[in-house]
Design a protein around this ligand. Structure first.
Ligand code: LMR
Length: 396
């Protein structure tokens, strides 16, 4: 049965963890996967999470099956975070939200549901995009194309190319957009760009699929949801995949959600029934722990304030690492202008390093980054910054 099975390549992101873990050098640094490490180089357990977990353990709650769509209090809290507590869409009952196995699970459920709705559609993702976007939508049976996005010359957005490519897609394509903190580039659209994109999507009847895995890591919780809220006012149907992996530092608990914006409450009821079928045939129903914790935090004014403060601390520390990285690269002799790193948002810097330079960083210095040159700035700290920037300057 298995004699002809070929060895699959390592995952471009999670495969780096495997290689990193096998590396015996004590000086190694993992700038590959998008994970926030604190100044001590550890993945933090947030205080708000610890408090909610303590209460949960003390309650000795039974672990029955959750409803297929997940915990109601969690789904509602997700909706408020994305669309705003005073959202008209929510008041009208037009949004369907289901708990998902992380942001990836939300994308997969959304992709499978879309395949039933638009079996012949093309899916378009940004060039570049998160490595798993293409694989996920291809696995759901869609052909996947790129639209132009990043301009390596200006380290900004190729606005004209983006709009042109969206216009040229077949009508009713599915367009995957990063709502904030674009992964991997860290380069986001301005509000004017979003408005222009929205008009093309409307004109061409494309279906927007907003992926938001870093809410709170750009400018703030509400600021980072501006694109979602703009789309919410548009009257268009759209999908949102969201994740608490990063913002709650709950990576392994797989806490995400799929939200589908529909035209009416009645439509929402029918859509929910179909999304539930997709979930049931993929993994039946979601796990309890992570979503219970997130719901407790978001629904308690005290814990929520604590979480917002901790999220702000993470955001500010990443920003200070960006500034320090730019400075240290110059101090260590890098000739290139890296000031764009300070302007990028979220966890990543699209450094401009080539695949060969990334390979040298790994082989010669034990520094792991994605082969596209994506570096996780959130893994830098004042102890590893000097050695990392010195190594980068050398491979340049
Ligand atoms: C990343 O981009 O590194 C993260 O979103 C983790 C992942 O699943 O790839």
């Amino acid at each position: 049965l298995f004699s002809a099975v070929e060895m699959a390549p390592r995952d471009p992101i999670l495969g780096l963890n495997e290689a990193f873990n096998a590396d015996t050098r004590t000086t190694k640094v993992n700038l590959g996967v998008g994970v926030y490490y604190n100044e001590q180089g550890r993945i933090p357990l947030l205080r708000a999470v610890a408090e909610a977990e303590k209460a949960r353990i003390e309650a000795h709650a039974p672990r029955g099956y959750l409803p297929i769509e997940g915990i109601a209090a969690y789904d509602q809290a997700v909706q408020k975070l994305l669309f705003g507590a005073d959202s008209e869409l929510l008041a009208q009952g037009r949004v369907v939200t289901t708990q998902a196995i992380g942001g990836t699970g939300a994308l997969k459920s959304g992709a499978d549901f879309l395949k039933r709705l638009l079996p012949n559609a093309v899916v378009a993702i940004s060039d570049p995009s998160w490595e798993n976007h293409r694989a996920l939508f291809e696995a759901a049976g869609f052909p996947v194309q790129n639209y132009r996005y990043y301009d390596a010359v200006t380290n900004g957005v190729n606005r004209a190319g983006l709009l042109e490519d969206l216009k040229n897609l077949p009508a009713r394509s599915v367009v995957v957009l990063h709502a904030c903190c674009h992964n991997p580039t860290g380069v986001d659209l301005t509000m004017d760009d979003w408005k222009a994109v929205l008009e093309v999507l409307r004109e061409r009847e494309h279906v927007p699929f907003l992926d938001i895995a870093y809410q709170g890591f750009g400018a703030g919780i509400d600021q980072d949801a501006e694109a979602v809220r703009l789309f919410a006012q548009s009257g268009l149907p759209f999908f949102v995949s969201s994740s608490f992996s990063k913002s709650f530092s709950l990576y392994g608990e797989r806490v995400g959600a799929l939200s589908v914006v529909t035209g009416s409450k009645e439509e929402a009821g029918r859509v929910l029934s179909q999304v539930k079928r997709v979930i049931r045939t993929n993994y039946s129903n979601p796990p309890t722990h992570g979503a219970t914790v997130v719901a407790s935090v978001l629904n308690s004014p005290e814990l929520r304030a604590m979480w917002e403060e901790e999220l702000g601390e993470m955001r500010h520390r990443i920003h200070s690492m960006r500034l320090a990285m730019v400075e240290q690269l110059a101090t260590n002799g890098a000739k290139r202008d890296f000031s764009f790193v300070a302007r990028q948002r979220g966890m990543f810097s699209y450094s401009g390093l080539t695949a060969e330079q990334v390979e040298r960083l790994k082989n010669e210095f034990g520094i792991y980054a994605v082969s596209t040159g994506r570096i996780c700035v959130a893994a830098l700290n004042n102890n590893n910054l000097e050695s990392v920037t010195r190594a980068i300057a050398q491979v340049l």
